[in-house]
Design a protein around this ligand. Structure first.
Ligand code: PEP
Ligand code: MN
Length: 368
């Protein structure tokens, strides 16, 4: 009878309760861990550990490095106890993953993930530049854009067929016709296609045309959509939400990875701040932070990050200097006539100049 319970302490309005609810790190701290195998562990020893993890009903994720194999163990609400694995042959140690994102974490996969994109690997030494208009507007516009960005050195063509617009009265995209035009541009130039899906129902259709499915900033926490693109197995470009933390971005990536789709490219596209001279504020910090926390590649979108074409090249340079694995840049043959995001779109000549400048920065930081 000695404990005193202050009024409302456990009610929904108690500040502590609200904080706890908003805090994702309140998940069980040890619901995931890695089992680090010894350098000389045999294939049989590894297989036995995997079998024991599976027999306990946990999910397994195997990461084979040059030095050693790491076996990731993901529990559910049950804590995962490492001692049952530490006694096994070939096991060096177990380490709990304390972060709320598990599959996306660096602990789970110490080496950088390399995501295949039409012969190149995003996340590798070479910087991937994706470019094209905000929206697909016509056959001429997308073909002209595709040839221009290819000529300048882009490795993939972007262009939205389904557009998430702030106003229902703005151009909403060409829909399936836009996807067909993107397929024609791929046929003509050989460039793989990056284009957005806005709802789970659109994923099947978009996946028939797209090499990479973009999840836009406004949909970063659309969990049904994340699950569906996860199931699709197609490469996903996941953009950071307008007001999302880095942890929330990585938790959204976790949804896709948890569906068994490891092909995820993250994108910093600027966040909302009090600043008005630019459309968004490019969070350059996010690049080294994400590279430290996660093995997934991260690219920068300096177009949405600034909202003004004048600043795009400078911020693109900054992103590559900070360690971004690539860029996604809006390019339009006639920005003044663009049906969306003309103010932040580069003309093809300006984009070609951006590529040259970014190449210099890439070389300075040991990339190509
Ligand atoms: C886009 O890429 O054109 C777009 C709508 O981006 P975001 O989702 O980052 O606003
Ligand atoms: Mn746009």
């Amino acid at each position: 009878m000695s404990t005193y319970t202050p009024p409302f302490s456990s009610g929904p309005t108690a500040p502590a309760a609200r904080l706890a609810e908003a805090e994702p790190t309140s998940l069980p701290k040890d619901s995931a861990m890695i089992i680090v195998m010894r350098h000389e562990a045999s294939a049989k020893e590894i297989a036995e550990v995997v079998a024991r993890v599976e027999s306990r009903g946990f999910r397994v994720n195997i990461s084979r490095g040059e030095e050693r194999t790491i076996i990731g163990v993901i529990g559910d609400e049950r804590p995962v106890d490492g001692t049952q694995f530490e006694v096994m042959d070939g096991v060096e140690k177990t380490v709990p993953i304390l972060k709320p994102f598990k599959l996306a974490s660096r602990e789970m996969h110490p080496l950088d993930s390399l995501i295949p994109l039409d012969g190149m690997k995003v996340g590798g030494n070479r910087i991937a530049v994706i470019a094209g208009p905000c929206s697909v507007e016509s056959r001429e516009q997308i073909l002209e854009s595709a040839f221009a960005v290819k000529e300048a050195g882009a490795v993939a063509l972007r262009g939205g067929a389904f557009k998430p617009r702030s106003s229902p009265y703005s151009f909403q995209g060409m829909g399936e016709k836009g996807l067909e035009l993107l397929a024609e541009a791929r046929e003509a130039t050989g460039l793989p296609i990056v284009t957005e899906a806005m709802s789970p129902e659109q994923v099947g259709l978009v996946a028939r045309y797209a090499d990479v499915i973009q999840i836009g900033a406004r949909n970063m926490q659309n969990y049904a959509l994340l699950n569906t693109v996860g199931e699709s197995g197609r490469t996903v470009l996941l953009k950071r939400g307008l007001s999302s933390t880095i942890e929330e971005l990585l938790m959204s990536a976790e949804y896709i990875l948890a569906q068994g789709n490891s092909r995820v490219i993250l994108c910093e596209r600027g966040i909302r701040t009090f600043e008005k001279y630019t459309r968004n504020t490019t969070d350059i910090n996010a690049i080294p932070v994400i590279k430290q926390l996660s093995h997934l590649p991260v690219i920068l979108d300096p177009s949405h990050g600034t909202g003004k074409w004048e600043y795009v090249t400078a911020v693109a340079r900054a992103g590559i200097a900070a360690g971004a694995d690539g860029l996604i840049v809006e390019v339009h043959p006639h920005p003044a006539d663009a049906m969306s995001d003309g103010a932040q779109s580069l003309r093809p000549e300006k984009f070609a100049q951006l590529v040259v400048e970014v190449q210099r920065i890439a070389q300075a930081v040991g990339r190509s």
